[in-house]
Design a protein around this ligand. Structure first.
Ligand SMILES: [Fe+2]
Ligand SMILES: [Fe+2]
Length: 171
């Protein structure tokens, strides 16, 4: 009689990323995007703790944020919209991305030297961090990686980085 004891043991390779639920297990495009989130969070806290340097710090941060978000909207989410399991998440993502754009536009119309600007900036930070950590890293990316598979996650990485570069140059 064959020994079936091994079949009952959880096999690390068969465990899906969604089950594991840890950003550390993300690969390719998902790992790159999670790393960009960490870089954005770092830039945000630099500006929050050095508000007197906001006029210098904000333009680069704005460029990084806009090119990050727009490259996701352009390269990743249309692909996720093709799968039933991730379609609704993709639609919701793009709605949140439009809300972020609207917040950035409002900041653009305000005087950067004012307390009101700083207040709205803090609101943007909270919105972006919720979007990146609670939505993308915790819910969307693990599921998306399972749906797309690791090979496509790796392939998409280069496309997304190229799109981000182009967007950064035009913003
Ligand atoms: Fe996003
Ligand atoms: Fe993101």
């Amino acid at each position: 009689m064959p020994d079936r004891t091994n079949e009952k043991k959880p096999n690390e390779k068969q465990r899906t990323t969604a089950e594991a639920g840890r950003p550390g297990l993300l690969v390719g495009v998902f790992q790159t995007l999670a790393t960009q989130h960490a870089q954005l969070a770092q830039m945000f806290s630099e500006l929050s703790s050095n508000p007197e340097q906001r006029a210098t710090l904000w333009p680069r941060m704005r460029r990084e944020l806009v090119s990050h978000e727009h490259s996701e909207v352009r390269e990743l989410y249309p692909m996720l919209r093709q799968f039933e399991a991730t379609r609704a998440l993709a639609d919701r993502h793009d709605e949140e991305a439009r809300d972020l754009d609207a917040l950035i536009c409002r900041l653009d119309t305000m005087d950067i030297r004012t307390a009101e600007w700083m207040g709205l900036f803090e609101q943007l930070v909270a919105t972006v961090l919720h979007h990146a950590k609670d939505e993308e890293e915790a819910r969307i990316f693990p599921l998306a990686q399972d749906v797309l598979g690791e090979a496509r996650a790796l392939e998409l990485d280069a496309k997304l980085m190229m799109a981000k570069q182009q967007l950064a140059e035009s913003n």
